[in-house]
Design a protein around this ligand. Sequence first.
Ligand SMILES: NC(=O)c1ccc[n+]([C@@H]2O[C@H](COP(=O)([O-])OP(=O)(O)OC[C@H]3O[C@@H](n4cnc5c(N)ncnc54)[C@H](O)[C@@H]3O)[C@@H](O)[C@H]2O)c1
Length: 374
Amino acid sequence: MKKIRFGVVGLGHRGRELAKIAVLLPDVEFAAACDIKPSNWHETQWLSNAPFSEMFPKTDFYESYDEMFDKANLDVVIVETGADIHAEFCVKALCKNINVLSDIPNVANLKEAEDLWKAAEKSSAIISTGANPNYQRFTVLLNEFYKKGLLGKPYCMEAEYIHWYMPKSEDRVHLNENGDWRKLLIPIRYCTHSLGPLLTILEEELRYVSCFGTGNHADTDTNKKDDMMCAQFKTESGVVVRLMRNGRCRADIGHHNYRVFGTEGYMERIERFEKPVIRYNSQKELDTSLKEINGEFMPPEYEDNPDAKGHGGIDYAMLDYFFKAIKNGTGAPISLREGLAMTLPGIYAEESAKRNGEVLRMKYPWDADWTTEI
Ligand SMILES: NC(=O)c1ccc[n+]([C@@H]2O[C@H](COP(=O)([O-])OP(=O)(O)OC[C@H]3O[C@@H](n4cnc5c(N)ncnc54)[C@H](O)[C@@H]3O)[C@@H](O)[C@H]2O)c1
């Protein structure tokens, strides 16, 4: 069987991690890598024992994305450039009919959303959204319980993504500040990890948003981004979703929390101070008390797979689903539409915060009244 030739653009920490996991999959070949910083290829980097050039001697390295396309004969490109510059790389690949796995958020503004949507419509290749939290155990069980009717219809949901940040601690500072996008990205724009899982059980888009930012308090010596941002969204049918995201804060807590209130039950994943735990209860069961389930990310399907690595196994699951879809021609595991539905609310929320919480109506490229104006 012909191997699927993949390339990675953006060899920061994330691009390197995904390449290392992708090579564990069958029938997949790491054909090419591209970064404008050659040191990411030729020098030993964080969490590696050797340079990538030594670890993958058969892989070709390019400093130019265009040159990689011209020479590497790729079937797939994995886009791992900074979080605010994915779309231009995805559009180029789609125009050349090369399949794409795009990290999230998919786009940085509404014009990019339009361009990417049009490029995907014209292309014979697929673009899949690299939303790894959609593979976590919580999302899998949420969908299972929802489909069984245990939760009924969700009417209120909340999520928070509080990334630890300790300004004065050398070993921990990197995660919020180690790349340009981490320094510059407005916190609420990184909403995809939170909204993605919740949107899998909503049969409609988020339509309205109001958002506020706190201003800069936790550490005033470098940039002026809001430390915390709080958004409330509503769907056309009236489902309310609340989201809190941090830029900086002094809480050494992690990470991803979710709560779902449904007409027949309740479900949550909480990891504020303890080992992450999923709890649920349902009026549809004989025992209606709150039950606990292990809340680690590892998707149940991959529990016995020793290769299932990366963010507790969800990176492996995401790559496995993606490459199987390419091999079997079954379409994107997480579509561009799903990706934009979890990405655009952050763009509108940022604008709402700039307008002191003004309620904005959100549009998507598949809407009849779509426009790139807000
Ligand atoms: N889903 C997750 O769990 C998760 C976790 C962390 C990061 N991410 C995503 O991964 C992506 C990368 O994150 P990171 O922390 O590795 O970022 P990073 O800034 O460390 O790496 C990005 C790399 O892209 C390269 N680059 C920029 N412009 C380029 C160009 N024109 N051509 C080729 N290379 C170019 C940069 O030189 C850099 O090495 C981001 O989009 C982020 O959202 C996802």
